[in-house]
Design a protein around this ligand. Sequence first.
Ligand code: GLV
Ligand code: MN
Ligand code: MN
Length: 413
Amino acid sequence: MKLDIDWERLVTELDALGAISQEAPPVVTRVVFTEADVRGREFVKKLCREAGLIIREDAVGNTFARWAGQNPEFEPVGTGSHIDAIPNAGRFDGTVGVLGGLEAIRALAHAGYRPRRSIELIIFTSEEPTRFGIGCLGSRLLSGLLDPAAASQYKDRDGVTLDAARSAAGFDGALSSVRLPPGYYSAFVEMHIEQGAILEQRDVPLGVVTAIAAPASLKITIEGEGGHAGAVLLPDRHDAFLAAAEIALAVEASARSSGSRDTVGTVGVCDVFPGAVNSIPSRVRMEVDVRDVDEARRDSVLRKIEQVCEDVTRRRGVQARVELVNADPPGRCAPRVVDTLAKSCETHGLRFERMISRAYHDSLFMSRIAPTAMLFIPCRGGVSHRPDEYASPESIAQGTLVLAETLASLAEQ
Ligand code: GLV
Ligand code: MN
Ligand code: MN
C-alpha cells in the first residue's frame, strides 16, 4: 500500500491546536475542562467528522472517533493520546498522537484501504495532573483502575469537584459508565514525542517503547503558625515553608541515594499561604512526583520521604498530612504490538531503537486492558513541558507513516 502522509496539513493542524491556549503563543496551557480545552476538543472533533469518523464521548470526556472496519463486530484497534497541556507547555506533547493518529487514518483511507477491524482514535481526558492532581484521569477510569466514586469527589485548587467541572464542560452521566468492558480493544498503540534526548543523541529516527516507568505522587500539606515577619523572633517560629523546603531537599536527596540514575524526584507545586512577604507562612501545599523503572526502588524513596516528613515536622513543631495520590506499577508493552511497530519501521526503511518511556502516558493504563505499545519520535534537545518543545515535520511525518502502517497491520491481525 502506498501511503501519503500529508505532513503539511498535519503540521498546520498542530500549529492551529497549539494556538488554542490559555496563554499567548508560543505558550500552550490547556488545562482540562477550561474554555481552551473545550475549544481544543471542538477543533479536533471537527477534523474527525470531516474525515468521516463517528464520534462518541463518555462521562469524563474521553472521546472516541471510529473508522468503521469491514467487520464492525470485531474488537477495534485503538490509537490516540491527549490534548490537555500543563501550564507553560509546548505544542507537541500528546497532540502528535491525536492529530498524527487522525492523519494516519486519513492516509490509510486515501490509499483506498479498508480495515478488517475498526480503528478508533481516542482523545483521553486529562492525561496531565494539573487540575485534579492525578495524571491519566480518563485512561485510569477507562481501565477500571480508579474508583469512580472517589474520582467524582476530586477537587481542584478552587474547590471545584471533578463532577462539577465535567458537567460545566458538557460531560454528564455516571463515572462508573466510563470503564470499558474487558477485551474491548484488540490492540492499542500511542505515538508521542520522546520527551528525552536519546533518539536525537543517537541519531535514530524512531523509538519503539517496550516498558513505561512507574510513576507516583504525593500531596503534602504542612500546617505551621503564621505571624508578623518583623515581630516574631526566629526561635519562636513554626514556619510551614521552612519545613517544606527541608522536605523538598529531602526529595532530591532520597531519589539521588537510590543508587540508580533511573530514580527521579520533583517538587513541582509549592503553594505558600498566605503568600505575603511580611507574613510567616502558616500553610504550604506541595505536590511531589517520584518515578523509577523499578517499582520497589521507587517505593523505598516514597517511604524515605514520609520518614523525613515525620522528622522535620517533629523538629519544627509543625504538622504535615501526607497523602499518596498514586503509586502505579510500571507498564509492560505487548510483544505482538512492539513487533508490529518494529516491522512497520523496517517496511519503511526507518531505523528504530527499543526503549523505555520515563514519562507516563495513557498507554500505562491501556496496557492493563489491551495489548499496548508506543511509538516515540524525537524532540529537539529532549525538551518537553516547555514552550520551546519542538518536533520536526520530518519526524512527525515518519512517525505518522509508521503509525499508519502499524494500525493497518493490527487491524488485520
Ligand atoms: C506526563 O505528562 C508525565 O508527566 O510523564
Ligand atoms: Mn505531558
Ligand atoms: Mn503526553
